[in-house]
Design a protein around this ligand. Structure first.
Ligand code: IVH
Length: 695
């Protein structure tokens, strides 16, 4: 590690000897992080911390060009990526879970379910309560009752093929008994017990290897071994809790399914309980929270699932999480530490985010050395100062937070933090607009931080997903002028020789990168929209837009026109459920920026944007149709009606226009029904609608 006092010295005050010492230390430290990240899947620091090391290295090198080392991280990129695992496309996506933290949230979860299903306020709703294991989720596929493929979750749709490794787990049945479905995907959590984790770590240390930070990392690192014999030597366990594809479902409740799992030879969690009410579920939570530290494995909460499968079916999912399940997380773990420094980060849309650099401290088994401070007001409200002792907390994967200042421990010399009014990356004015919490850099395209962050977002997993081109590479390529705008990525083949000259890149790795780039020359419309990094346009919105406009050309045209709030395009956009006026403002602002239009033009020359295909049965009579629901429906809530229509490939709009295909009217329908009639649209009663969709 570099002497931290040295690192705080401004570069211009370093002596040559200090600079040389620091560059040597940085080279060593960054190489260690690269190995941890690329080869061991166990990053020891956050991306931001890593970025800071590289930036510091760059700055020192710029001031002392004669001292650039042969093994400098600026000339060497990453560590050779692992030869890797094959990919497995999950027959059914592996979902994640929404989180709740309070008892009220749990009650509201159930109240929302009752509303969705149009149940009475007091109607009994049975829940299963299962400990939420802090491991990694996997999917096991059985065909003809033999284990054929095992995969990690990956991005939920595609995971890594770790069949050979999963075969080494005693808890994974290799065959299923007669009576089990012919095709079955079982999902569960691979974990390592605390006892085994401690024993493994002491073996690691004896062998001179690095210990794992926590059982979760140990389990992940052990499962993702290219050599299955290493996995076999690691004591991994499995709890099963869900299924993906199943050729037949002989169970009608989650509880019955868990029992089936047991009868087929899987371990299910012994602390699972069937609960008749929210109160019962909360009692299970309290007991588990009290016993939590006595268990021999880490859990981070309790998962509640609606027991009845017919209800689960009706409830469906939102984005990537089922509506019928939720995770009730344990309270965040806290610790005290000292604020060393407050740094300002610049995000891809120019938002200035303050971050506290902390004296490293272990919180819930993980070393924390940075925490978010959210924004200017947050710092002012809590009066967080450099030098203060603070309480930090982390909950699950959430970024650690500073919760409060321990005023009694404040040294006399501290001063209130003054938030900068200019961007630390480009020096531009960073004003704070009315009604906004954050200051935003006004440097736009000249701001290097924004440019790099936008590119990182562009190649990220849910966007273009270019394998082998991680954030760190983007940064290095950007610094050296290999890529400046998104389309440059698709011209990297022209810079093949330049890349080859960089240390760490050989013929093979460059070819792999160029191949990965080429594989992304076709992209779905929703991914492309998301990749652009427009403010407020996340994945869900990008999908809504793609679904609404279908093709890149139509989308672009409509977005250009929607700048004018009087236009039809504006009204159409506003009618899309889930899109509001402020979002449209951001989209229009993006489209109005000439540079962004150039980026789009340029991209269009490099990639083919596939039209949006609704991921549904196109045989449904309402696929591709636009439907408006109005008035009070009798047999289902508005939420269920909407979800059901969308599942059949229909678009659900919030207002009636010429483009509406069906207007479904319930009781007491008002102006929308009237407007539908005026426009001569097809107006259906609730029963007509149900008949149309075949329910
Ligand atoms: S059910 C369809 N049950 O938590 C619902 N997940 O935060 C999918 N997890 O990705 C998950 N214990 O890795 C379920 N008893 C349990 C679980 C559990 C741990 C993990 C799982 C999931 C994550 C979501």
């Amino acid at each position: 590690m570099t002497d931290p006092t040295l690192r705080r010295l401004p570069v211009e005050r370093l002596t040559e000897a200090q600079a040389a010492a620091e560059l040597a230390a940085l080279a060593e430290e960054i190489a260690q992080h690269d190995r941890a990240y690329y080869q061991e899947d166990a990053p020891k620091v956050s991306d931001a911390e890593y970025d800071e090391l590289r930036l510091r290295n760059q700055a020192v090198e710029a001031a002392f060009p004669a001292l650039v080392r042969a093994d400098s991280p600026s000339v060497r990129i990453g560590a050779a990526p692992s030869a890797g695992f094959g990919k497995v496309v999950h027959a059914r996506p592996m979902l994640s879970l929404g989180n709740v933290f309070t008892r009220e949230d749990v009650a509201e979860f159930i109240a929302g379910i009752r509303r969705f299903l149009l149940l009475d306020e007091e109607a009994p709703v049975e829940l299963t309560a299962e400990p939420k294991i802090d491991g990694l989720s996997i999917s096991l596929r059985y065909e003809n009752r033999r284990f054929v493929t095992g995969a990690t979750r990956g991005d939920g749709r595609t995971g890594e093929n770790v069949t050979a490794n999963l075969l080494t787990l005693a808890d994974v049945p290799k065959t299923l008994p007669p009576g089990a479905p012919v095709v079955l995907e079982v999902r569960g959590e691979v974990y390592m017990s605390r006892t085994d984790f401690l024993a493994l770590n002491s073996r690691q240390m004896e062998a001179g290897a690095k210990p794992f930070a926590n059982p979760r990392n140990a389990a992940a690192g052990s499962l993702r071994q290219l050599d299955p014999s290493i996995t076999a030597s690691r004591p991994l366990r499995l709890f099963a809790y869900a299924w993906g594809e199943a050729s037949e479902e002989s169970w009608s409740t989650q509880w019955a399914f868990l029992d089936q799992l047991e009868s087929w030879g899987f371990a299910t969690n012994p602390r699972r309980q069937l609960c008749a009410s929210v109160d019962e579920a909360l009692a299970v939570y309290d007991r588990l929270a009290a016993d939590r530290h006595g268990l021999d494995y880490d859990i981070d909460g309790l998962v509640y699932k609606i027991n009845r499968l017919d209800w689960q079916q009706r409830l469906g999912q939102v984005s990537r999480a089922p509506r019928w399940a939720v995770a009730h997380k344990f309270p965040a773990e806290q610790a005290r530490t000292i604020v060393r420094d407050i740094a300002i980060q610049v995000g891809r849309t120019g938002t200035l985010t303050p971050v506290a650099n902390l004296e490293p401290v272990t919180v819930g088994g993980v070393v924390v050395s940075r925490a978010t401070l959210h924004n200017e007001d947050y710092i002012a409200e809590k009066d967080i100062r450099v030098g203060d002792t603070v309480v930090v907390q982390r909950a699950g994967d959430v970024i650690p937070q500073v919760v409060e200042v321990v005023l009694d421990a404040r040294p006399p010399s501290t001063a209130p933090f003054v938030f900068p009014a200019t961007c630390p990356a480009c020096g531009s004015h960073a004003p704070r607009h009315e009604g906004e919490a954050a200051r935003r850099c006004s440097g736009g395209l000249i701001c290097p931080a924004q440019a790099v962050e936008r590119l990182k977002h562009f190649v990220s997993r849910d966007a273009f997903d270019i394998e082998g081109l991680g954030g760190k590479h983007v940064e290095a390529f950007w610094t050296d002028g290999l890529i400046h705008r998104p389309s440059d990525i698709f011209r990297l083949a022209e810079r093949r020789d330049d890349i080859l000259q960089r240390e760490g890149w050989g013929e093979k790795s460059v070819d792999n990168l160029l191949k990965a780039v080429d594989e992304r020359r076709r992209i779905s419309l929703d991914r492309l929209i998301y990749a652009l990094g427009i403010r407020q346009v996340g994945q869900a919105t990008a999908r809504l837009l793609a679904r609404q406009y279908g093709s890149f050309a139509l989308w672009r045209q409509a977005m250009g026109e929607a700048e004018n709030p009087e236009s039809d395009a504006y009204r159409e956009l506003l009618s899309v459920d889930g899109i509001g006026a402020s979002m449209i403002e951001d989209i229009a602002a993006f489209m109005a920026e000439p540079h962004n239009r150039e980026v789009l033009d340029d991209l269009e020359r490099q990639v083919t944007v596939e039209d949006f295909v609704a991921p549904v049965v196109t045989t449904s009579p309402v696929a591709g149709k636009t439907v408006v629901f109005t008035g009070t429906l009798e047999t289902m809530s508005r939420g269920e009606a909407k979800a059901g229509a969308e599942a059949l490939g229909a678009k659900v709009a919030g207002s009636v226009s010429k483009k509406t295909d069906y207007v479904v009217v319930g009781a007491d329908a008002g102006s929308k029904a009237k407007k539908a009639q005026e426009l001569g649209l097809t107006v259906l009663g609730e029963q007509d609608w149900l008949a149309l969709i075949g329910t």
